[in-house]
Design a protein around this ligand. Structure first.
Ligand code: ADP
Ligand code: MG
Length: 152
């Protein structure tokens, strides 16, 4: 599988959100996106834009107690999982696996280490690095099959 990588730099949270929105507009269903960063890196900020671009009218929040959130637009669903501080994936891992197999669902995951064995090998990974208080470098890796998400 040919892999590609792309580097995107944002100068503030609004830019990260706008990049998420651009990607969200391109979702078709069947994608898995893993977000990797330290706490406060901008993962949820990206998802906020992603959900808007996807077509959801609901506001994205950090799911502190809820591990999964669902956003709907027409006949499609965007699943947002956040496994922060979860030590035992349990039933949510089954929910993740089910979402990944739904061709009408797009999946975005924060803190996915605990479910590494469930995460689709064919996923896009966005690793976010804080360059300063407000600058972020997004290193995106993806296979050919997901290139439509990141190219015009
Ligand atoms: P995470 O989900 O990775 O823990 P959040 O998206 O919840 O991170 O928080 C990111 C924080 O960093 C927010 O307070 C946001 O305003 C701030 N921030 C500053 N610059 C950026 C940037 N370029 N991109 C994303 N967030 C940024
Ligand atoms: Mg978060």
């Amino acid at each position: 599988m040919a892999m590609h990588s792309l580097k995107v730099t944002t100068n503030n949270a609004a830019e990260t959100e706008r990049f998420g929105e651009t990607v969200g507009k391109r979702l078709r269903g069947g994608e898995v996106i893993e977000l990797v960063s330290d706490l406060g890196g901008g993962k949820t900020t990206f998802v906020r834009g992603l959900a808007r671009g996807f077509g959801s009218a609901d506001r994205v929040s950090s799911p502190t107690f809820t591990i999964s959130h669902e956003y709907t637009a027409d006949d499609r669903t965007l699943f947002h999982f956040d496994f922060y501080r979860l030590h035992e994936p349990g039933i949510v891992a089954d929910e993740l696996a089910e979402a990944e197999h739904d061709p009408n669902a797009s999946v975005v995951v924060e803190w996915g280490d605990i479910v590494a064995d469930v995460l689709s090998a064919n996923r896009a990974t966005i690793a976010i690095k804080a360059l300063s208080e407000s600058e972020r470098e997004l290193l995106i890796t993806f296979s050919d099959t997901l290139s439509y998400l990141f190219t015009d």
